[in-house]
Structures are given as structure tokens and as C-alpha cells.
Ligand binder design. Structure first.
Ligand code: PLP
Length: 362
């Protein structure tokens, strides 16, 4: 008998990434609040730019995404030569792990940190070390205590998904200063544009201050372009060089690149989206708190709502689905009593708040 092909055994320790669902049987247009995709869809200029660029899709894209890197650098005050673009920031996070991880190395992440670090880390043969959190927040001293001679990387989503909590600029600097120089610190700032607190910094200045910190960013959240798959990393020159060696030759397609440039140029988009998010998040959290639910503090475009018991969270999820609303269960993040709800438009927030009040009060 011929035996079937066998993958590397460590792959069986990986649970597949579970994305936010988008369909409900029997419901035409469900309200999807399960993937933090931004409240307003893509910026109008980005839609148009993608459509126009599609007419030229017989041509390969620019392998280095030069115009896009220039536009990102100009918008955020960063050196375009040290920006590397990717097919979503997930790709760049994975490339970093492939480049600096591997068998015999340890990757440190937070207990409820973003799942891609664990998936990519295990695939590369790294030992993934999860550090317990205090009040659902990354514990900087805990991370420092977990460092061993085998540690090569620390990954922190800031703000974190799915908890919504953040690490202050001062704490992140304290971490960087206390980590050994050879340990790569990766700050995944997918939600940076939503943060309004003055004690937050996305990570660009820490990247500039040394040779061992990388920041990743995405067009999938505040720019509403998750379907375009566009992310970027800002890195010290030597690490940007490594990423450019290992990345696919054409990671960013022509439509995504054109849409990204146009999105950055959309007048007032970031300001409008951030202001809406702050107000709507506060309002939704207040309404859910009034119904007796516990809402964890969030700096991002979602809130984590605690139903105190797992069966209650499952019931709430089912109740919302019956009303055509999809939110996100986060049991795979070891938060079985919680649901994560994306901040949508005012009308969408109102729908989910009304439905949950009905669920609680019967
Ligand atoms: C959504 C998300 C990403 C993935 O972004 P893509 O650019 O769409 O790959 C990365 N990190 C965190 C924490 C996220 O929530």
C-alpha cells in the first residue's frame, strides 16, 4: 500500500485561523461586526483608484511598491526606504517569524495576543511562550521575566486584538530598554489610527531609535480595505533588507497599491473615522453597561463584552445571529465568556445594543 504524504508533525499542533464569519443561513444581508473592518467601507477615492488600476492588470506590479512606500512615508513621517509592503500585515508578521525564528528559538507573546504569531511561530518550529496578562493587558514585567537565552522575538499587538487594551509609550520604551539587544521586538499596530490617548505611540520612533524594533501596520482596519490585502512594516535598514530578500517578488497587486495611495490622500478620512469611533465606542459601551453587561475598556474599533459565563456568551451569540447580526466569539483566545463586537456606524451600533438589551431583559 502507498502511504499518504505526511506534513511536518508540528503542523498538527496548529489550530487553523478562524476568521470572522460573514454569512447567516436564510439572511440576505447580515450585519457583520465580526472582523473590525472599519465602519465606513473603503474611502471613495480608493474604490475609484482600484477600479481604474484594474484596467492595467495585465502588467506586473512594481515589485518594491515604490510609490506606495513614498505615500506612506509622507503621510506618517517615516523613511520610505525602510518601509516594506506586503499582502496584508499578516504576511509581514509571518516573514519576520520565518526570518528570525525557527527550531530552538522562543517567541514570546501575550496570553490573549493575536493568534497569527502563534500559528506562524509553530509552523516555523519556534517554541511559543504565552505570558499571563493582568486586567487583560500585556504584562511588560512578565514578558521580561520570560526571556531566556533562546528568545529571539517578542510580539505585541498594540492595541491588542481581541482585548482592545494598549501598552503606553513609556512602558513600551521600558520593555525595549530592558530586552537583550538581539531580541527583535515587533509592535503590531493594526489599530494605531484609532487610538486617541496621549500616552500612546504607534512605534515608529522606537524603530528609528535602534536596530531591533519593527512596527507593522495595515490598510485593513481604519482604511476599510481588508479585502485588498495591504499591510506594511517599518524597520531598521538591516531588517528591511532581510524582509526584501524573503518576501514574494510581487506582494502587492496593482489595484491594492493604487487604492492604498488614494486612501492615504482621502481628505479627512482618518480624522473622521477616529472621531466617529471614539464617540460610537463610548456610546455603545455605555448602553451595554446600562443593561448590566461588563464591557472591557478598549482603544480600538471594537469592544470586548463579558457575559460572565460561557453558556451565556453562546446564547447571546445565537440570539444576535437570529436577528441577522454577526459578532465574534473569542473562545479560541481563551476568552470563552466574551464576545468581541466591531464598532460600526451609529445605526449598526444601535441595532446591536438594542438586540443585546432584548437578550438580557427578555
Ligand atoms: C487585523 C489584524 C492584523 C491583520 O491585518 P492584515 O493587514 O489584514 O493582514 C494584524 N494584527 C492584528 C492585531 C489585527 O487585528
Amino acid at each position: 500500500m502507498m502511504s499518504a504524504p505526511q506534513p511536518r508533525p508540528e503542523i498538527f499542533s496548529i489550530a487553523p485561523y478562524v476568521g470572522g464569519e460573514s454569512k447567516l443561513p436564510g439572511i440576505d444581508q447580515p450585519l457583520k461586526l465580526s472582523s473590525n473592518e472599519g465602519a465606513f467601507g473603503p474611502p471613495p477615492g480608493a474604490r475609484q483608484a482600484a477600479a481604474e488600476a484594474a484596467l492595467g492588470m495585465h502588467r506586473y506590479p512594481d515589485p518594491s511598491s515604490a510609490r506606495l512606500r513614498q505615500a506612506i512615508g509622507a503621510k506618517f513621517g517615516l523613511d520610505p526606504a525602510r518601509i516594506v509592503c506586503g499582502n496584508g500585515s499578516d504576511e509581514l508578521l509571518t516573514l519576520l517569524i520565518q526570518s528570525y525564528g525557527g527550531p530552538g528559538t522562543e517567541l514570546i507573546m501575550s496570553e490573549h495576543g493575536f493568534s497569527i504569531y502563534e500559528i506562524a511561530g509553530k509552523l516555523c518550529g519556534c517554541t511559543v511562550v504565552k505570558v499571563p496578562e493582568t486586567a487583560l493587558t500585556t504584562d511588560i514585567d512578565g514578558i521580561l521575566a520570560a526571556v531566556t537565552p533562546q528568545t529571539t522575538m517578542v510580539f505585541i499587538a498594540n492595541p491588542n486584538n481581541p482585548t482592545g487594551t494598549m501598552v503606553t509609550d513609556a512602558e513600551m520604551r521600558r520593555l525595549r530598554a530592558a530586552l537583550p539587544g538581539h531580541v527583535l521586538l515587533v509592535i503590531d499596530a493594526a489599530y494605531a489610527e484609532y487610538v486617541t490617548r496621549a500616552d500612546y505611540e504607534a512605534g515608529g520612533s522606537l524603530v528609528d531609535a535602534g536596530d531591533n524594533t519593527v512596527m507593522t501596520r495595515t490598510f485593513s482596519k481604519i482604511f476599510g480595505m481588508g479585502g485588498a490585502r495591504l499591510g506594511w512594516a517599518y524597520a531598521p535598514a538591516a531588517i528591511a533588507d532581510i524582509l526584501n530578500r524573503v518576501r514574494p517578488p510581487f506582494p502587492v497587486n496593482v489595484a491594492a497599491a493604487a487604492a492604498g495611495i488614494a486612501a492615504l490622500a482621502e481628505p479627512g478620512w482618518l480624522e473622521m473615522s477616529q472621531a466617529h469611533n471614539q464617540k460610537a465606542r463610548q456610546h455603545l459601551a455605555a448602553r451595554l453597561t446600562q443593561t448590566g453587561l461588563t464591557v472591557h475598556p478598549s482603544e480600538a474599533n471594537f469592544i470586548l463584552v463579558d457575559f460572565e459565563a460561557e453558556p451565556r456568551a453562546i446564547q447571546a451569540d445565537a440570539f444576535l445571529r437570529a436577528q441577522g447580526i454577526i459578532v465574534r466569539r473569542v473562545a479560541s483566545y481563551k476568552l470563552p465568556t466574551c464576545l468581541r463586537i466591531t464598532i460600526g456606524t451609529d445605526e449598526e451600533c444601535n441595532r446591536v445594543a438594542t438586540a443585546l438589551a432584548e437578550f438580557i431583559h427578555g
